[in-house]
Design a protein around this ligand. Sequence first.
Ligand code: PMP
Length: 408
Amino acid sequence: MAKDVMEYRKDFPLLMNDTSAYIDNAATSQRPQCVLDAELKFYMEQNANPLRGSYPLGVAATEVYEDSRKVVKEFINASSTKEIIFTRNTSESINVVAYSYALDNVKEGDEILVSIMEHHSNLLPWQMVADRTGARLKFIECDRDDASVDLNKVEELITERTKIVAITQVSNVLGRENPVRAIADLAHAKGAVILVDGAQSTPHMAVDVQALDADFFVFSGHKLMGPMGIGVLYGKKKLLKNMQPFLRGGEMIDSVQRESAKFAELPHKFEAGTVNAAGAAGLAAAIKYIQSIGFEYMQERELMLTTRAMEGIKKIPHVKVFGSDKPEEHTGIVTFAVDDVHPHDVSEILASDGVDCRAGHHCAQPLLQYLGVNSTTRASFMFYNTEDEVDRFLKSLATIRERMGYGN
Ligand code: PMP
C-alpha cells in the first residue's frame, strides 16, 4: 500500500535538506537514497571494469551492469536485453540513431518527419541528417490551444518518401501525451521507422515499447529519479543488428585485426569504452523504487498537484497557461506567462520566495516561435511535491505583477 507522501519525501536527502519548493522536475528529478546507495555500493563493493575481468570483482561488476539491463528491459517491456543499450542520456541515444541508422538509410529526396514540439535533442540530429543527405525535414504541428496533434494531418504528412518519424511521447513544454501508437501505425504503413522520445513520459507513466510498436525508444535516467549520465536506447533487434556502431573502441568488438574489426553482438556493439556501471545500478534502483510506489499513486498525486496549480492560476489575473485547459493533459507540466513580465523576472521572483521554477525556451525554440513567444516559465511536478509547495508557488505568483510595478 502506498505511504503518505511525507514518508516518501524522507527517502530524498535533498528534499529533507533544502527548504525551497523544487518544482523543476521536468529538467531533472531528485534522487532517493536507494539510488545514491546503489551507486555508492558499486564503487565500494563491486567496482571493477565490467565485461572484462574474470576475477570475482570483475564478475560482480559485470553482473550488476547486466542485471540493470534486465530491469530496464522489464520496465519498458522490450522483448530482449539485446535491445537495451546504455548511453549517457536521451540526447546521446537519439544521436546514435541519427548517425548509425539514419545516415545509412536516408538519401536525397527522402523525408524525415518530426513534430514542432520536439526538444532540440530530437531536432538537431535530424537537421544534421537532412543537411548531410539532402533529405527534407517536415513538421507535424499541434493545436496552439490544446496542444493536440491531428492524426489526419499526420497521415497526410507521411508519404512514401518518409524514412523516419521522430516524435516525443510527452512534450517538455506543453505536457500533453502524443498518440504515438497511432503515429507508429501510420509510419509503418508507409515503410518508415519511428523513434519515440520518452524523456518526459518514462518518469510518469508505464511504457510498453512493444505495445507502442516503437522502432526506437529513448530516455534518460536523471528524469526518473536515477543518476545523471545514464540513458537508454531501445531499438528493435532487427534494426540494431544491421546498424554500424556509433562509437568504437573498448569491449564493443569480437576480434580486431590490423586493418579491420569484427564487432561484438548486441547490445555491446553500441557500448564503446568503459561503461557507466554505477549509473546503470542507480537507474535500476530508481526503476525498482518507482515500481515499489506504482505509477497509479504517482499519477494520482501529480494530477492533484497539477489541478491545484492550474485552478490557482485561473484565479490570478494576467497569467496564462499554455496547452490544454485539462490538468490530466499536462503530465505534471504547467508552462505559463505573466502579462508584461519577462519569464526570467518571474522565475527570479519565485526563486526569491523559495520556489524553484525554470524560465527560458526549454530547449524547444521552434515550438515557442510557433506559439508566438520567446520564453516562458515552467512549473513541473513529481509525485513527491506537496500541496503546500503548490500554494507557495501560487502565493508568490500572485504578487509578481505588483512587485514589477504593474497593477492587477
Ligand atoms: N527530450 C525531451 C522531451 C526532454 O525533455 C529532454 C530533457 N529536457 C531531452 C530530450 C534531453 O534529455 P537529456 O538532456 O537527458 O539528454
